[in-house]
Write a protein that binds this ligand. Structure first.
Ligand code: IMP
Length: 467
């Protein structure tokens, strides 16, 4: 018996955190972008936060960004989940993320200055998340500069068009292991110093090779700076895997918030024009330690049209006045970098693929109001390959998408309305028909329709779920 008691000590507080039928009723949800990012996840997460207890980031870093408007105040967040604006919620930055600790401290301080509580009980950061160090941003920028000067025939520049937030180099170090730093290392200055002695030496040489002219990195100075950061963040750094399983066992509901989006997934996106993490729903188990069987509802977020920032294939891109009109109506400029976004028609081939990949049980269609006022609208339902053959299966590879022509279906538009619809049935008939065509093609229901930037401008239908 003593043995069993000891074993239970290491288990989550209540063994119901296993994927048992009882745990299936607690209603954990994932929210993921189904396109190339910037689908307006922030607003949907904000709507769903009210119904969940713990909000969890599982991938990416400060390359993501969302602006939330709460009680007339605007908050721009990159790493801290917007759930922090609700005093009774817990926010978790999971082990699958790469954390720029100075950015987190900056976000924390800005929130506190506006009266928002941020402490070790409502913001937990995984001790196993990897740290974005200053040289990661320098490496990212230097590599992009170099690649933008290299062209490969018709394909143009080889630059990825990254956010230059050090994401790729930080994940590269995670995989390389010997040159990585995890959040827990910031709490142990002597261990940190030992690692930094080697890392700074190697990194100085690498930066020089990339043409970055700087003083050699001083391991003692870097240690002092990062150990001080560690002390500041110490109340937040914890084993979030056990914290999440404890929360599940206590009957709390979790909301997993994906950063970036499925078509930027390192394994399943338009490689190599992707980010460096598994940003589809497939990243949740590895990035949090919570197995997939706990996720009962996956809400995929899809803009009513398509956008993309940075390089890479974009079959339905519009390089004409219609594209400009979408950009202006949708205010399509990056939150993180301010870059104008590339705009185009809705690519249903791509979204059906990411719906399948993420196991989306429903879709939220955002920025639907942007489409009002067009005489007619197009949706891409197939791809024509350069040899003339057709496919309705997405090709998750940049080279594979070369020369692909979108095959469109044309749908009638609807006029701008002066009175916002109170529910989906109150939308103009052509607007309803557009949504129904999308649902029929994707094979999942559209549970939410965004008709304006405010939290209240969301038409909601009850979820279907899979649990
Ligand atoms: P990185 O994540 O900064 O390495 O950038 C890799 C690619 O992903 C670039 O094309 C970025 O523009 C894109 N990207 C990364 N995060 C986001 C996002 O949150 N929204 C849109 N694009 C993103």
């Amino acid at each position: 018996m003593a043995c069993i008691a000891n074993i239970r000590h290491f288990m989550p507080r209540n063994s119901a955190s296993a994927c048992s039928p009882t745990s299936q009723t607690s209603g954990h949800t994932a929210v993921v972008g189904l396109q190339w990012g910037d689908e307006g996840k922030g607003k949907i997460v904000d709507v769903l936060t009210a119904r969940h207890d713990v909000i969890v980031r599982y991938n990416g870093g400060a390359n993501a960004g969302h602006t939330v408007v709460a009680e007339g105040q605007k908050y721009a967040l990159h790493l801290i989940p917007s759930g922090i604006l609700y005093p009774e919620k817990t926010c978790v930055i999971g082990n699958g993320t790469v954390v720029d600790p100075e950015k987190v401290i900056d976000e924390m301080e800005k929130l506190r200055a506006r009266g928002i509580r941020v402490d070790g009980t409502n913001l937990k950061i995984s001790d196993r998340a990897h740290v974005v160090m200053p040289w990661h941003k320098e490496q990212d920028a230097a590599l992009e500069e170099y690649l933008s000067s290299v062209t490969a025939g018709q394909r143009g520049s080889l630059a990825i068009g990254t956010t230059r937030r050090g994401i790729g180099p930080a994940y590269s170090d995670k995989v390389r292991r010997s040159t990585a730093i995890r959040m827990r290392d910031l709490l142990d200055p002597e261990y940190l110093r030992e690692r930094l002695r080697v890392i700074c030496k190697l990194r100085s040489a690498e930066l020089e090779a990339l043409g970055v002219k700087a003083q050699p990195l001083d391991p003692d100075a870097v240690t002092d700076r990062y150990a001080a950061i560690g002390m500041q963040l110490a109340p937040h750094i914890t084993d979030t895997v056990f914290a999440l399983h404890d929360a599940i066992a206590e009957g709390k509901s979790l909301l997993f918030e994906g950063a970036n989006a499925a078509l930027l997934d390192i394994d399943h996106g338009t490689y190599p024009y992707v980010t460096s993490s598994n940003c589809s729903a497939l990243g949740i188990p590895a990035g949090t330690g919570v197995p997939g069987c706990h996720i009962h509802r996956v809400l995929g977020i899809m803009k009513a049209y398509s956008t993309r920032v940075g390089g890479g294939p974009f079959p339905t891109e519009l390089l004409d006045e219609t594209g400009d009109r979408i950009r202006e109506r949708g205010r399509e400029y990056g939150t993180t970098t301010g870059r104008p976004r590339r705009c185009g028609w809705l690519d249903l081939v791509a979204v059906r693929y990411s719906t399948m990949l993420c196991g989306a049980t429903g879709v939220a269609c955002t920025l639907f109001d942007v489409l009002a006022g067009f005489e007619e609208l197009k949706v891409c339902v197939a791809y024509r390959r350069p040899d003339g053959s057709m496919t309705d299966r997405f090709i998750p590879d940049a080279r594979g998408l070369e020369g692909i022509e979108p095959v469109y279906e044309t749908l009638p538009g609807w006029p701008e309305s002066s009175t916002p619809a109170a529910n989906r049935n109150a939308l103009p008939a052509n607007a309803r028909a557009y949504l129904e065509r999308v649902e029929a093609y994707l094979g999942v229901p559209i549970e939410m329709v965004g008709i304006g930037p405010d939290r209240a401008q969301t038409l909601v239908r009850e979820p279907v779920g899979c649990g």
